[in-house]
Design a protein around this ligand. Structure first.
Ligand SMILES: [Zn+2]
Ligand SMILES: [Zn+2]
Length: 376
């Protein structure tokens, strides 16, 4: 009897957890200095709430210009001006109210968003924070991170790892008052997908699924463009090993565009670089990738890759007259999921879960609600 009761309680608790949507807060245009934006309603309507007081409702086609001023925020709408001292809240009236945000300045950009928008101003600049459902955010990240010409199965891979990353990093910008930024520092998010319907479909079809390690902890779902045929251990790039980020052979990416690269540099430059960057081989050789110069001396490869702007740390060196030709494999740090390999696996008919298991060792795909269940 007690066991039946416990089972019922478990089911009730799981069901209540399953129905929870997670809102995420994402700082928009985080790489730009924004002092003026125009909001234009595309679908449904938006309420503008100024310092907690309802001010204006914008209907489809309506536009409002928002400026940072020394006193706070000014809004122009249909020839009238409105001022907010502390905050302008843009509230989406319906779940799928959508609006365009146009920013000006060095890189004028227009993107499509949904969810609410919190706008504050300081020192003449606007801070825009989008508040939206996790799954809608994931749909946007998929297109921004992966582009628009892939298979549905590959987008599912991207959906699961983007969701896992987001949940693992909800506090990354906590001191600034939001969860994530919209740049490469976190995950690229340029609003709603505009070039493929498959991104949103993939988020929906994998909704709630995340990747966890054997201790049911969200993994650090790192990925790179192309591993060149062999992924690398986490400790080869970062100092810490990780059980699920271990090297695997990858035959799926070797014929893909970023599998090979070449770079020619002047021989004198190369020799000068080696002269000034060679260090004694110590224990660090086991931790960080090194290029051996002789039996006791080597050059660390990770900084070399950055300094010489190489696509990867896997390369051979050939001297050709006054030039040195570096012939390399792969693109990126090489740890975790190889995107081009995953793209090819998806094309060949592998399922998204098989692809994830190929690149992350001994992980599980579980509903995110299971994490909280174990935490509580
Ligand atoms: Zn960030
Ligand atoms: Zn690969």
């Amino acid at each position: 009897m007690a066991r039946i009761l416990l089972s019922i309680l478990l089911i009730v608790k799981l069901t209540s957890l399953l129905s929870q949507d997670i809102p995420v807060t994402v700082r928009l245009f985080s790489q730009q200095k924004v002092s003026r934006v125009t909001l234009t309603v595309q679908h449904e309507s938006l309420d503008l709430v100024c310092d907690s007081l309802p001010a204006v409702t914008l209907l489809p086609g309506d536009a409002a210009e928002v400026n940072a001023t020394p006193q706070g925020i000014s809004i122009w709408h249909k020839g009238k001006s409105l001022k907010c001292r502390r905050q302008l809240l843009v509230v989406a009236r319906r779940e799928h109210s959508t609006y365009k945000i146009q920013v000006y300045g060095n890189k004028p950009t227009q993107r499509l968003y949904e969810g609410d928008l919190e706008i504050t101003a300081s020192e003449g600049l606007l801070r825009l924070v989008n508040v939206l459902n996790l799954e809608r955010y994931v749909g946007g990240v998929i297109e921004a991170e992966a582009g628009s010409e892939h298979t549905l199965e590959y987008y599912k891979v991207q959906a699961v790892i983007s969701r896992t990353y987001a949940l693992n990093n909800l506090r990354r910008h906590a001191t600034e008052g939001h969860s994530l930024c919209d740049g490469t520092h976190c995950q690229v998010y340029h609003g709603m997908p505009r070039h493929t319907d498959l991104a949103e479909a993939a988020a929906w079809m994998t909704r709630d699924v995340v990747v966890v390690d054997p201790s049911i902890r969200l993994i650090s779902a790192v990925f790179h463009s192309n591993c060149g045929g062999q992924t690398v251990n986490a400790e080869a790039v970062w100092s810490k090993p990780e059980g699920y980020l271990v090297s695997c052979t990858d035959s799926f990416c070797v014929a893909m565009p970023n599998a090979r690269w070449e770079k020619c540099i002047p021989k004198t430059y190369w020799e000068d670089y080696l002269d000034t960057h060679t260090t004694l081989c110590t224990d660090s050789a086991g931790i960080r990738q090194m290029m051996r110069i002789d039996s006791v001396r080597a050059v660390p490869l990770v900084p070399l890759r950055q300094d010489l702007k190489l696509k990867s740390t896997a390369f051979e060196v050939r001297v050709e007259g006054e030039q040195v030709k570096l012939m390399g494999r792969g693109f990126g740090h090489g740890v975790g999921l190889c995107q081009e390999g995953a793209i090819n696996m998806a094309r060949q008919g592998y399922r998204y879960n098989e692809i994830i298991h190929h690149y992350y060792k001994d992980v599980h795909l579980v509903p995110r609600t299971m994490l909280w269940f174990f935490e509580e």
